[in-house]
Design a protein around this ligand. Structure first.
Ligand SMILES: C[S@@+](CC[C@H](N)C(=O)[O-])C[C@H]1O[C@@H](n2cnc3c(N)ncnc32)[C@H](O)[C@@H]1O
Length: 273
């Protein structure tokens, strides 16, 4: 990576726990399917040429760039400085390090955005999902749209269950404490949106069998890293856990291609107050 990070606006790093457990390099190698599969969410957003859009949990900015082509301006925010640096390098015009939980107190939450977009990121904001939605609400104009896709109820359940079992086997009785994901069902998230000043225009759980560009162990390395926290300094144990989960999922290969059953929660909501 070069040092050319000039497009980053003065970063405010609010999340001490999570930033830079993410690696943009691993993300490109093992997860390039994520922004590609975000195309229907961009379609649902239907960005217009005059619009100002906030991309929440923008990652390495691949979808942000797509949005930039279609509207007036986009601000990309993410809690990982590594991701934001990658987003700036590929040309995102305004990329900032902001934790979604702190958006509500950020200068960006000024009621000036026509839409807030988010792909594959909201389920990582587990600490206080309602606070995240409140930040989105405060960022939007009245009548503004919140359009997103996130992991939903029963997302990646086979791998998640495997990780819980592997941790329990190693004496961790409450693996939930290392589980970074909030995968809500339709009823839960609809209620949260409505209680935070939105009208829900559309919300649906979408099962999506997803082929991987890596194996399950590679997927765990990219996305399941928070489960490995108790074994931070034990590379061998981390590898053993990932391998154990994978070995229990040999049925999830088709002609050598590994698959995971994703369930996405896709929605469109409008700010009413
Ligand atoms: C799977 S990536 C998705 C990135 C991008 N939206 C895409 O479609 O490729 C999830 C992103 O959420 C970000 N993220 C996780 N927790 C966050 C938080 N609390 N606030 C803001 N971003 C967060 C991660 O840093 C990561 O870049």
């Amino acid at each position: 990576m070069t040092n050319d990070i000039s497009p980053i606006s003065s970063p405010t790093i609010d999340n001490k726990e999570q930033d830079d457990t993410w690696s943009s390099q691993k993300y490109v190698k093992n997860a390039s399917f994520v922004p590609v599969l975000g195309a229907p969410v961009v379609k649902l957003l239907d960005p217009q040429a005059h619009e100002r859009i906030l991309d929440l949990g923008a990652g390495d900015g691949v979808l942000t760039i797509e949005l930039e082509k279609k509207c007036k301006s986009v601000v990309a925010i993410d809690s990982s400085s590594d991701m934001i640096r990658a987003a700036a390098i590929i040309g995102c015009q305004d990329a900032r390090v902001v934790d979604g939980h702190d958006l509500v107190d950020n200068a960006l939450a000024n009621g000036d955005f026509d839409a807030v977009f988010s792909n594959a990121a909201l389920h990582w904001m587990k600490k206080d999902p309602v606070r995240v939605i409140q930040g989105v609400n405060k960022s939007l104009k009245t009548g503004g749209r919140f359009v997103a896709e996130m992991g939903g109820h029963m997302n990646v359940a086979e791998v998640r269950g495997g990780l819980h079992a592997a941790l329990k086997k190693r004496g961790i009785n409450n693996p939930e404490q290392y589980d970074p994901w909030f995968f809500p069902g339709v009823n839960t998230y609809k209620r949260m949106l409505e209680e935070s000043g939105f009208r829900v225009d559309y919300i649906e759980l979408i099962p999506r069998l997803t082929p991987l560009s890596t194996d399950v162990a590679g997927w765990i390395d990219t996305f399941g890293f928070m489960f490995m926290k108790p074994f931070e300094n034990n590379e061998e144990e981390k590898k053993a856990i990932a391998q154990e989960v994978q070995n229990n999922l040999t049925f999830s290969q088709d002609e050598g291609v590994w698959h995971i059953m994703y369930v996405r929660l896709r929605f469109k909501a409008t700010k009413i107050n």
